[in-house]
Write a protein that binds this ligand. Sequence first.
Ligand code: NAD
Length: 253
Amino acid sequence: MGMPSDMTGKAALVTGAGGGLGQATAVALARAGADVCIVDIKADGLAQTAALVETSGRQAVVHIADLGVAENCAACVTAAVDRLGRLDALCNVAGILRLANSHDMPLADWNLVLAVNLTAPFLLSQAAIPHLLKTNGAIVNVASLAAHIGEAYAAAYCASKAGLVQMTKSMAMEFLKQPIRINAISPGGMATPIGASFVPPAEADAELLARFRPIRGLVEVADMAEMIAYLASDAARGFHGAIIQMDNGITAG
Ligand SMILES: NC(=O)c1ccc[n+]([C@@H]2O[C@H](COP(=O)([O-])OP(=O)(O)OC[C@H]3O[C@@H](n4cnc5c(N)ncnc54)[C@H](O)[C@@H]3O)[C@@H](O)[C@H]2O)c1
């Protein structure tokens, strides 16, 4: 896509960086000049991402953490700042999807989706903001088209992503008078490993599932990652409290 992102001399933290969009985001930030603290629950994926970041000539700090556990979140920010000396961007990319009939969904699944998709970005932001205030940095949250339309069998996922959108806007208002920037992107379908979690309940209604089919095709993961890197960079200075719906038209109507 060729977005004008320059992160030279900056440090970023990317969650979900063990694969998919998080890995592509870490690489896009490194290519833009940033050193990157990469966080995921998957050690093998992080090792691969670290190699890609280093190939771009930037430093990778690997931090393995389960973001479903609240106590682990602030430690990610501490690791980034301790090892990289500063923090200019927090990219909350990690996310999980669980589909179920709402009346059958185990409470544990509901709680896990909310913990990883909504509570972790809040706790990471909470820990990162004091550092971002020092660097005039940015937060980029990854929501979903599911924040903007109701998707059948995805009540927890939709609620978590809609919550993330409103959290983004609320924090943007809170920091309207400071130079830090807080934005979100809402991707449409991309070809990433999360697709394996798209397992509708038995006897799901195909007509309802078709309502959020990507008629115009999937969005390129690399394009989405470049958009995140752009929003993290100073080039995006006009964006604050924005929710970028980059979904190939699915939520247009
Ligand atoms: N792929 C799509 O079609 C799509 C569409 C809309 C939004 N999204 C969002 O994009 C983001 C990235 O997803 P993706 O498509 O790259 O999928 P993915 O499954 O490849 O990436 C998600 C990453 O988060 C990590 N993760 C999951 N649970 C974790 C935990 N408890 N602690 C730490 N890390 C954890 C996974 O290990 C994985 O590397 C997610 O927030 C997802 O909801 C994806």
